[in-house]
Design a protein around this ligand. Structure first.
Ligand SMILES: *Cc1c(COP(=O)(O)O)cnc(C)c1O
Length: 423
C-alpha cells in the first residue's frame, strides 16, 4: 500500500470533507522551493506550505540550530524557569518590532497567539473594574480556529456551527479601495458605545480571505481612532510577518503602532510550531499587581520551547541577510512584471501585489465558493502541473519561499496563464 492509501485509514485532515476529497499526496522530501511525492513527482511549493516557509524546505542553517539546541537543552518548563534561547529571541524581536512593543508571551501557533491577545485585552479592563468585553474585527477576517480566534474570524461557514458559543464580535467592513470612509464611519459608530476592549485586524493583507489588500493610510486613521477611545489594537501578523509584505512587518508601513502583535507561521521558518504575542508596557502593567488574581493565567506546556526559540533565532538571522532581503525585492519585481503582463487578460478581473504576495481574481459567472467546483478545477490543474497553489474561490495567489528561483517563478506564472485558458 502507498503512504497515501495508508494515510486514509487513520488521518483526519484539516478543512477536508473526506467523503469527496481526493487522497492526500504523500510528500517524502523537500528541498528549497521543491517538494517530491512518494512517486517521485516534483512540485514547486508556490505558497510556502501555508505561508510558513520563506527560507526553503530542509534549510541547513535552521536544522543545525535545532540540532545544536536539541543536544544542549531540548525543553524546560517556562513557569519559574527561563533559558538563553528565549532571552535571546525576545531581545532579537525587540530589535525588529515596532519600538512600542516591550513584552513577549510565547505560545505554539497563530490561533493561540490571537487567543492570548484577546484574553489579555479583556482581562486588562476586568482588572481595572471596567466592563469592556466586545471585540471589533473586519468582515472576512481570519484569525485562527480556536474559540476566541474563530469568533474574531469572519469567514462564515468556518464558524456557523458554533454561533451561540462565541465571544461578542462587532464586525466592520474592510477598507479596500473605495470603501475607506464606510469602514471608518462604521468604526467610529462602534467606538461610541464604550463596550469594546480591542480591534483586531490583519494589517494590509487579509490572507485567508484571498489576499484582500487595503492601504496603510486608512489603517493609520483607524488605529488612531481606537487610541482616542481607549480601545486596544491587535495586529494579527501571523501571515504578514517576517518579510511577506516587503518589510519585516506589515505594521512597518504604518505611522501608528498597534498595542499588540501576533506572530507565528514564518517565525521558525516552517520548522517548529511556535508563536508569540507581543505587548506594550501599558498592557503588561495592567496585570502587574500585589494581587495574584490580576496575573494573566494563561500558558501552554510548550510555552517558549527552547528548540523552537533556537529555530526562530536562526530564521530571523536568515531574514536579515542581504541575500534574503534581495530575494524579497526580486520576487516583488517579478510579480509586478507578471501583473503588468496578465492584468488585461479577458479572464482576469483584478490583480494585486504587495511584497512577495501576488493575487489574481478570475472572472467567473457566479460568485465562486471557497471550496467549490471552480476552485477545485484550478487546484487540480496546478497539482497536475507540479505546482502547489491553493486558490480561494476564484482567487489564485502566490506566496512563494523567498529562495524560489526566477526559473521556478516563471513556471508558476506560466502555469497560471495556462490555467486561465482552461477555466
Ligand atoms: C494562519 C493564521 C492564523 C492561525 O494560525 P494557526 O497557526 O493556523 O493557528 C491566525 N491569523 C492569521 C492572519 C493567519 O493567517
Amino acid at each position: 500500500m502507498t503512504l497515501s492509501e495508508r494515510d486514509k485509514k487513520h488521518n483526519w485532515h484539516p478543512y477536508t470533507q473526506h467523503k469527496t476529497a481526493q487522497p492526500s499526496i504523500a510528500i517524502v522530501k523537500g528541498d528549497g522551493a521543491l517538494l517530491w511525492d512518494e512517486n517521485g513527482k516534483e512540485y514547486i511549493d508556490a505558497i510556502a506550505s501555508w505561508w510558513v516557509n520563506p527560507y526553503g524546505h530542509s534549510n541547513k542553517v535552521i536544522a543545525d540550530a535545532i540540532y545544536k539546541q536539541l543536544t544542549t537543552l531540548e525543553h524546560v518548563l517556562f513557569g519559574g524557569f527561563t533559558h538563553e534561547p528565549a532571552v535571546l529571541l525576545s531581545e532579537k524581536l525587540m530589535e525588529i518590532l515596532p519600538n512600542n512593543q516591550k513584552k513577549i508571551f510565547y505560545s505554539d501557533n497563530g490561533s493561540t497567539a490571537v487567543e492570548i491577545a484577546l484574553k489579555a485585552t479583556m482581562q486588562f479592563f476586568y482588572n481595572k473594574g471596567e466592563k469592556r468585553t466586545k471585540i471589533i474585527a473586519f468582515e472576512n477576517a481570519f484569525h485562527g480556529d480556536t474559540f476566541g480566534a474563530m469568533a474574531a474570524s469572519g469567514i462564515s461557514f468556518f464558524t456557523e456551527a458554533f454561533k451561540g458559543s462565541l465571544i461578542d464580535i462587532v464586525r466592520i467592513p474592510v477598507p479596500i479601495a473605495g470603501n475607506e470612509s464606510k469602514s471608518i464611519q462604521a468604526l467610529e459608530k462602534v467606538l461610541t458605545t464604550n463596550e469594546c476592549a480591542a480591534f483586531i485586524f490583519e494589517p494590509l493583507v487579509q490572507g485567508a480571505a484571498g489576499m484582500v489588500m487595503y492601504d496603510a493610510e486608512v489603517l493609520d486613521v483607524m488605529i488612531a481612532l481606537c487610541k482616542d477611545n481607549n480601545v486596544f489594537t491587535i495586529a494579527d501578523e501571523v501571515m504578514t510577518g517576517f518579510g511577506k509584505t516587503g518589510k519585516n512587518f506589515a505594521c512597518d508601513y504604518l505611522v501608528q503602532n498597534p498595542d499588540m502583535m501576533c506572530l507565528s507561521k514564518a517565525l521558525t521558518g516552517g520548522t517548529i510550531p511556535m508563536a508569540v504575542t507581543t505587548f506594550t508596557q501599558e498592557i503588561f502593567d495592567g496585570f502587574y499587581d500585589d494581587d495574584v488574581n490580576k496575573a494573566l493565567f494563561h500558558g501552554h506546556t510548550f510555552t517558549a520551547n527552547p528548540t523552537g526559540c533556537a529555530a526562530a533565532l536562526a530564521s530571523i538571522s536568515l531574514l536579515q541577510t542581504r541575500e534574503m532581503q534581495d530575494n524579497i525585492q526580486r520576487i516583488n519585481q517579478q510579480h509586478l512584471k507578471f501583473q503588468n503582463q496578465i492584468k488585461d487578460n479577458p479572464k482576469v478581473k483584478t490583480t494585486r501585489v504587495l511584497g512577495v504576495i501576488f493575487a489574481l481574481e478570475i472572472k467567473t459567472e457566479n460568485e465562486e465558493s471557497y471550496y467549490g467546483d471552480f476552485r477545485n478545477k484550478c487546484y487540480n490543474f496546478f497539482i497536475e502541473n507540479g505546482i502547489v497553489l491553493r486558490p480561494v474561490g476564484n482567487i489564485v495567489y502566490i506566496l512563494p519561499p523567498y529562495i524560489i528561483s526566477d526559473t521556478q517563478l516563471e513556471k508558476v506564472y506560466l502555469t497560471i496563464e495556462r490555467a486561465l485558458e482552461i477555466v
